[in-house]
Ligand binder design. Structure first.
Ligand code: COA
Ligand code: ZN
Length: 315
């Protein structure tokens, strides 16, 4: 059975876009629950400016108090050297560095040109060497809500620059759900051929309903790592029209039905998804938590047994 690795991002990408602060204890309980489900990785929080992302201002405390489960990596989003210093204190297994392939989105999200981001992240990589694994998430790789198309060659150019710095992995992000399956298939082939030694992860948002289709074509091309968010929460606060990530439990349910090994126990995960609306105070997009698994069969309505019997009697 082919293994597909999931990184759960609900407490980072999911929560960063929520208006009401989720209490620290609630975050910790959720992360501890997720840690028992079989994820390869959990993106716990981000060490960003607390003024930019107030929801995650408790990153240090959260990292200090969660249970570390062997086999489940913790990763934290790091935008700059200040963030890396805080992340080092937290003993995260991985730093997830972030910058955008679109100049406009980088200015909106990180308040600096891409070259400045790159220089800062190069310093972060030097600082973290030997102390944490490095993944780089490149935002808006399938299109920018302000610039429109982002050329595949531009994505590869930034990916090359980070690959040269010796990173362990690259996450290619569809920050605002602009990717379509034909584009994802092309990009997946290109990435796998060019970076055979790197962990390649794809990060999709379901903004236009193409999230699971995009994941599936990437799986078919050989990509085996995906970000997903419990309940389908998520979105970048600095991207107009951003909505949720692909929903973890829906994606996992689909892949398991198709015979893939995700390592994840849906019996443990679905109750966490069902508790999520209570935590964020509103309904969430995920569907399997509402409808149940395809293997959940329901009793037939009254009268069906009688009808079956009647028809069985007819010649
Ligand atoms: N952690 C904590 N504080 C930070 C910080 C970090 N990683 N980075 C900057 N700060 C603080 C500085 O210490 C400074 O504080 P002060 O005003 O009390 O002195 C203040 O923030 C401004 O610092 P500056 O270097 O000018 O940063 P900035 O305001 O230009 O912010 C970012 C740059 C990238 C750090 C900030 O915009 C950010 O965190 N953005 C979040 C991006 C994000 O997570 N987007 C969603 C996910 S893709
Ligand atoms: Zn995202």
């Amino acid at each position: 059975m082919r293994r597909i690795y999931f990184n759960e991002v609900v407490t980072r990408d999911g929560f960063q876009n929520e208006p009401a602060f989720v209490p620290t204890d609630t975050k910790i309980a959720l992360i501890d629950g997720l840690s028992r489900c079989g994820y390869a990785k959990i993106e716990v929080t981000s060490f960003t400016s607390p003024r930019a992302i107030p929801m995650l201002r408790d990153a240090g405390e959260v990292m200090g108090r969660i249970q570390r489960v062997p086999g489940v990596e913790t990763t934290v989003l790091v935008p700059n050297v200040r963030g890396a210093e805080r992340a080092l204190e937290s003993h995260a297994d991985e730093f997830n560095l972030v910058m955008s392939t679109s100049e406009t989105h980088n200015l909106a999200n990180l308040r600096m040109p891409r070259e400045n981001s790159f220089a800062g992240l190069r310093d972060v990589i030097a600082l973290a060497r030997g102390r944490a694994a490095i993944n780089v998430s490149l935002s808006t790789c399938f299109g920018c809500p302000m610039e429109g198309d982002v050329a595949e060659d531009e994505v590869i150019r930034w990916a090359d620059r980070f690959a040269e710095l010796g990173v362990r992995g690259l996450t290619i992000c569809d920050t605002t759900g602009m990717a379509h399956p034909a584009q994802v298939a092309r990009m997946s082939r290109h990435l796998l051929a060019r970076f055979p030694g790197l962990q390649i992860t794809l990060h999709f948002h379901n903004t236009r309903g193409m999230g699971l289709a995009n994941m599936l074509v990437a799986v078919q091309e050989g990509v085996d790592r995906f970000d997903g968010s419990l309940g389908g929460l998520g979105g970048c606060p600095y991207a107009p029209g951003a909505t949720g990530n692909i929903c973890s439990e829906d994606a996992i349910h689909m892949l398991q039905a198709m015979g893939f090994d995700t390592g994840i126990d849906l019996d443990l995960l679905l109750p966490l998804a069902r508790a999520l609306p209570e935590i964020v105070g509103h309904d969430v997009p995920g569907q399997v938590a509402k409808s149940g698994r395809i293997s959940d069969v329901h009793p037939a309505p009254d009268g069906v047994a009688e009808l079956r019997h009647q028809f069985a009697q007819q010649p």
